[in-house]
Design a protein around this ligand. Structure first.
Ligand code: ADP
Ligand code: MG
Length: 338
């Protein structure tokens, strides 16, 4: 009979769903000074578990080499010695610094890993910042041209003392891309990997797109937009992650390389693009560039979209995005969280 057949079908579907559910895993961890999230599916629960473990291991590996705070990290060693003599780097670090310089050229210096020449003088947790004269003195060391790369030797030298680099504007996106690559190589085609404000997803989630909420920069539990996404990367940079206020001025971790002071034209920038290294670097860049120059850059780039919240709380979208955005509909999730 008809109903009998439907009942069988429903039972079969339920069974399928349940076995599918068995392979979905979700894990959070604190690595790289931020929250790491992995969510993935594979029919083989053992393989799914190995996927999660591989992601966490890769995040830890990259943190151990690219943190400026871990004395033994390759990046910290480079910072300590490259003003005296060329420092030979691993191929991986050399390539990532080369990519950082590509973004410096693309953004006419808005993205600049030598921002750290001033950046290290801030401690946002303790509310510490350089006074104006100290900042103006240190800002002269900010310029990506101060990095001298020797491709043959795979070495990096700082052309003057006082130069420091920090990959905080690109390394998390890079780490997310590495993890996604590892998962794809394992045969996992449904996954989300997030490191702080940087995410990338492969495939869909329960046959539907992933949804990413863009947080209200001034209300921790409110969203200004919800975007359905699939097979892309998305990064958000905000002035509410690491900051302190002094005399009504907000000092936060995104630094305008021209001034050595925090960039203040925007409150948050969300970038959608093909890979997380790109979206990470561009979210920081557009934050520094501000709404006009930032959106002009995004609209010039193929396959890149942006949602901006300016310093008055007003939303701005890149040219191609408007129809895809679902204004504040639904709840759940926060910045960078599906
Ligand atoms: P997060 O995910 O840590 O909030 P963002 O993508 O918003 O990171 O980038 C902010 C980080 O980028 C800062 O903590 C700092 O390490 C680095 N940074 C700050 N200003 C610049 C800049 N002008 N160019 C490149 N990197 C920067
Ligand atoms: Mg970034």
């Amino acid at each position: 009979m008809y109903t009998g057949r439907i009942t069988t079908l429903v039972a079969l579907l339920l069974l399928l769903l349940r076995s599918a559910h068995g392979g979905w895993l979700h894990q959070d961890a604190d690595i790289m000074g931020t929250r790491i999230t992995v969510e993935l599916f594979h029919e083989d629960p053992q393989l799914a578990r190995r996927g999660v473990a591989a992601v966490l291991a890769e995040m830890r590996r990259i943190d151990a080499e690219m943190s400026p705070f871990i004395a033994s990290a390759e990046l910290a060693r480079l910072n300590r010695s490259a003003a005296q003599a060329p420092f030979r780097t691993s191929e991986e670090l050399f390539r990532l610094i080369q990519r950082s310089l590509d973004f410096s050229r693309l953004t006419e210096g808005a993205f600049d890993i030598t921002f750290a020449s001033v950046g290290f003088l801030y401690d946002y947790r303790k509310g510490v910042r350089p006074d104006d004269s100290r900042r103006q003195e240190a800002v002269t060391a900010i310029d990506y041209h101060n990095l001298v790369l020797d491709e043959g030797q795979q070495s990096i030298r700082f052309s003057k003392p006082g130069v420091r680099i920090d990959l905080g504007g690109i390394a998390k996106g890079y780490a997310v891309d590495r993890c996604i690559r590892i998962l794809q190589d394992m045969g996992i085609d449904h996954a989300l990997v997030t490191a702080g404000g940087d995410s990338r997803m492969i495939g869909d989630r329960w046959g539907r797109p992933w949804t990413i909420g863009v947080r209200d920069p001034r209300k921790a539990d409110a969203l200004v937009a919800v975007i359905p996404l699939q097979d892309v990367a998305v990064s958000t940079s905000g002035d509410y992650q690491r900051y302190f206020e002094e005399d009504g001025v907000r000092y936060h971790h995104i630094i305008d390389p021209q001034t050595g002071d925090s960039a203040r034209e925007l409150r948050s920038v969300t970038i959608i693009g093909p890979d997380a290294t790109t979206t990470d670097a561009l979210s920081t860049s557009v934050f520094v560039l501000g709404p006009e120059a930032g959106l002009a850059l995004v609209d010039r780039l193929d396959g890149i979209d942006a949602i901006l919240v300016d310093r008055h709380g007003k939303l701005h979208y890149s040219r191609d995005l408007q129809p895809a955005v679902d204004h504040g509909k639904g709840a759940g999730g926060s910045e960078g969280t599906p």
